[in-house]
Design a protein around this ligand. Structure first.
Ligand SMILES: Cc1cc2nc3c(=O)[nH]c(=O)nc-3n(C[C@H](O)[C@H](O)[C@H](O)COP(=O)(O)OP(=O)(O)OC[C@H]3O[C@@H](n4cnc5c(N)ncnc54)[C@H](O)[C@@H]3O)c2cc1C
Length: 450
């Protein structure tokens, strides 16, 4: 069959599905995109919220300069302007009581910029700085690397990292990048992040925050890109089952009962949704049984407005507390005057994901007082409040689970798997999702040539 007559279906309009579809359309393929919701965006989406009376993201998303595939995707859909990127890595952490620890990396080549930044970090003692240097040696590969069975906690202990340095730097980085507790999460997964962020170039460790709602950042742009190239967008339609004959995919059946024929199908849905689409005895195949072993990890986001900002930085980390990161959305979006819109992220939020909104609002109010006492005995007053719970925000990166993640190709010919959870060498992040989409597109285009 010639390349142009091969029909391609992409299931799922999140970052993985859209990046796969855009890459394929870029190469001249006409794709049919099937997405269950009318708006798309999956776990990185925005929507209008009546309580806050504004468009909000389902959760604050941070990016890094090392998100190479994501930046290439945003360039392809002409949307790089929507992100605010730091010039050099800079992070402020606040301790209970309001004392600040400030990491500012100078304009030096990697990883010298991080070493210098840590050594100059106010609030760290000599022992902490010696420990940072020891970790720097690890980053250059001079001590034994962890494997996927070692936890971050065990690895950091092995490197003699002090409690202060862990609270101020390592642990927040682990909660944030792996969305899991350092006590259970895989050190190999964490060093994959460190390698990309701190060893390649100085720019790689800069943090980026979207200045516009996520749907505007990439969903609308991608859909417009695909429409302009004649792709068919079936939004608000779900795939019920994959059609497979003699271990080869032949199409999909929609929940409506319609069947769409295709030679190539890219599934970019989350693990359980993927398993639910497998027909017959396929779920018992070892590759798919491994997928069933992946467990989810939740994220809770607290959106709130206050009468005055507790801090002027775009975002800060909270040292050793139940709330992890706070973002001043008004500052990031350049809003002046009126209520200040804030966002607070709780990663791997297993301990509070089932709490009612009143409990979470009370926790937030007391933590604001605890970390920002300078704001007075009442702390900044919360005016509007909204909780967004993502119970299956990402897969859990518990040590020893990486082997359960599949490659983009599997036992069914013509069926490609994408999504932040496939084997990209990265934790489940925006970059992993986009890389998986690009990997699937590359595998399809390569197979056509062979
Ligand atoms: C609250 C939160 C905060 C996060 N913060 C960060 C961050 O700061 N930095 C970072 O890098 N990453 C972050 N992430 C992770 C990031 O959002 C995800 O890795 C990424 O969005 C996953 O994209 P995906 O395309 O793989 O999957 P999804 O976004 O889940 O997309 C799958 C799509 O498939 C559709 N679908 C499902 N079943 C079917 C079906 N049967 N038929 C048709 N369509 C179907 C869904 O509707 C969905 O649109 C965060 C995630 C959450 C939830």
């Amino acid at each position: 069959m010639s390349e142009s007559t091969r029909s391609v279906i992409v299931i799922g309009g999140g970052l993985a599905g859209l990046s796969a579809a855009v890459r394929l359309a870029e190469a001249g393929r006409v794709v049919t995109l099937v997405e269950a919701t009318r708006a798309g965006g999956g776990r990185a989406r925005s929507f209008h919220d009546a309580t806050l009376d504004r468009e909000v993201d389902n959760g604050q998303h941070l990016m890094m300069g090392c998100y190479r595939e994501t930046l290439a995707f945003l360039r392809a859909i002409d949307s790089t302007d929507g992100i605010y990127f730091q010039k050099n890595l800079e992070v402020t952490m606040v301790k209970p009581g309001g004392k600040r620890l400030h990491l500012q990396c100078p304009a030096l080549p990697a990883p010298l910029h991080l070493a210098t930044g840590l050594l100059a970090m106010r609030g760290l003692g000599l022992l902490d700085k010696a420990a940072a240097l020891r970790a720097g040696l690890m980053l250059r590969g001079e001590v034994q690397r962890p494997d996927d069975n070692e936890t971050c906690d065990s690895w950091l202990r092995r490197l003699g990292q002090t409690p202060t340095l862990r609270n101020a730097f390592w642990d927040p980085l682990i909660w944030g990048t792996l969305n899991d507790d350092p006590l259970v999460s895989s050190a190999a997964m964490f060093t994959a992040v460190l390698d990309r962020a701190f060893l390649t170039s100085r720019d790689a460790s800069r943090l980026g925050v979207p200045k516009v709602p996520l749907s505007r950042l990439y969903v609308e742009q991608s859909l417009a890109y695909l429409r302009a190239r004649g792709c068919e967008l079936r939004l608000g339609e779900s795939v019920r089952a994959l059609e497979v004959v003699n271990s080869r995919v032949t199409g999909v059946t929609l929940k409506s009962g319609d069947t769409l024929a295709a030679d190539v199908v890219v599934s970019s849905v989350p693990p359980q949704a993927f398993l639910d689409m497998l027909p017959g005895t396929l779920p018992s195949h070892p590759v798919y049984q491994d997928i069933a072993r992946l467990r989810p990890s939740p994220i809770v986001n607290l959106w709130f407005s206050v009468d005055r900002a507790p801090f002027e930085d775009p975002f800060i980390g909270l040292v050793a507390g139940p709330l992890h990161w706070m973002f001043n959305r008004s500052r990031i979006e350049g809003e002046v005057g009126g209520e200040v819109m804030m966002n607070c992220t709780i990663s791997a939020a297993r301990s509070c994901v089932d709490d009612p909104p009143e409990t979470l609002q009370a926790l937030l109010q007391s933590e604001l007082q605890r970390y920002f006492p300078a704001a007075g005995p009442q702390g900044p007053k919360i005016k509007r409040f909204k909780v967004i719970k993502e119970k299956r925000a990402t897969i859990s990166h518990a040590a020893g689970t990486y082997h359960c993640r599949p490659e983009v190709t599997g036992p069914v010919r013509g069926l490609y798997m994408a999504g932040d959870w496939v084997r990209t060498g990265l934790p489940a992040t925006i970059e992993s999702a986009v890389q998986s989409g690009h990997d699937a597109a590359k595998a399809i285009l390569t197979s056509e040539r062979n």
